[in-house]
Design a binder for this molecule. Structure first.
Ligand code: PMP
Length: 305
């Protein structure tokens, strides 16, 4: 990914893509203490627009606060950096990656006297789990890896080091012929996917795990709001894996994964083993909104121009 044309926003300046480098003694590279976001810009009716920019930037700022990293840029600058990263690379649609990380000024775990740097890159990225799976649904497996406990890492922060756990789980799932993992919390209840929040439908009610060990996902919040606007009852509760086996529908949500149906968990088909009707409705409303095709929630779109 490093060898391409384009510009990356780094500490307030647009730097040529190939020159946006750090030293091997970069602190975050060694210990994983850093915070980041995953944001998408869509080719919307009113021009390329970032979906829920405000919520993403606020979560980045909150993540830094949780991890005790002083954020050197204010919200307006961070918002504009993300718009610039899309605009100046002439992208019609994009995945945007802002990250705050410690520099190479020292190596101790005290992390005093370290500078916090911020970068924002943007590039074209299609459906995270493949276009076909948005219709067909994915096959997932319960992970042998447990999701973070609230007192081991800070689960409300989207922090770099947490993704070791995600990668272990995802690679295990893929090695077993699945598309994604379903991680359980320390008590054995459903938490989330390696990079997505989990939802299931049973008897017309939408269920999602409480925000204990899972990330407070922006797509999760979006889907919960759309469901309520559709008159659908939404319940946040502890969910067991056997409840998922006998659910009518299930899906994952995330900025990258968008709304991805789950067709199978642990070799058991969910519902009829394909995308369910409630999933399809929420998914299509989500795509209409992000592409500016829906008159509702236009305030969730920030044009980059
Ligand atoms: N959980 C995890 C672990 C994630 O990495 C993500 C992606 N940011 C999500 C959930 C979904 O969050 P969002 O909808 O804000 O992208």
């Amino acid at each position: 990914m490093a060898d391409r044309d384009g510009l990356i926003w780094l500490d307030g300046e647009m730097v040529p893509w190939r020159e946006a480098k750090v030293h091997v003694l970069t602190h975050t590279l060694h210990y994983g203490m850093g915070v980041f976001e995953g944001v998408r810009a869509y080719d919307a009716e009113q021009g390329t627009s970032i979906f829920r920019l405000d919520a993403h930037t606020q979560r980045l700022i909150n993540s830094a606060k949780i991890m005790n990293m002083p954020m050197p840029f204010d919200k307006e600058v961070l918002d504009e950096a993300q718009r610039m990263a899309v605009r100046e690379n002439n992208l019609k649609s994009a995945y945007i990656r802002p990250m705050a990380f410690y520099g190479s000024e020292g190596m101790g775990l005290r992390a005093d006297n370290l500078k916090v740097h911020v970068m924002v890159a943007a590039w074209e990225w299609g459906a995270y789990m493949g276009e076909e799976n948005l219709t067909k649904g994915i096959k997932i497996a319960t992970s042998s890896y447990t999701r973070h406990h609230v007192n081991v890492t800070m689960t409300k922060a989207k922090s770099n080091g947490q993704y070791m756990n995600s990668m272990l789980a995802l690679q295990e799932a893929v090695a077993h012929g699945c598309d994604e993992a379903l991680l359980l919390d320390v008590d054995g209840y459903v938490s989330e996917g390696s990079g997505e929040n989990f939802f299931m439908v049973k008897d017309g009610i939408l269920y999602t795990p409480e925000l204990t060990s899972c990330l407070d996902g922006i797509t999760r919040k979006t889907i919960m709001q759309l469901a309520k606007e559709n008159g659908l009852e939404v319940r946040e509760k502890r969910i067991t894996r056997d409840e998922v086996y006998i659910a009518d529908e299930a899906f994952f949500t995330g900025t990258a994964a968008e709304v991805t149906p789950i067709r199978e968990l642990d070799n058991r088909p969910i519902g009829r083993g394909s995308r369910g009707p409630i999933t399809e409705k929420l998914q299509s409303q989500y795509f209409d909104i992000v592409h500016g095709r829906s008159p509702s929630h236009m305030d969730w779109l920030t044009p980059v121009a």
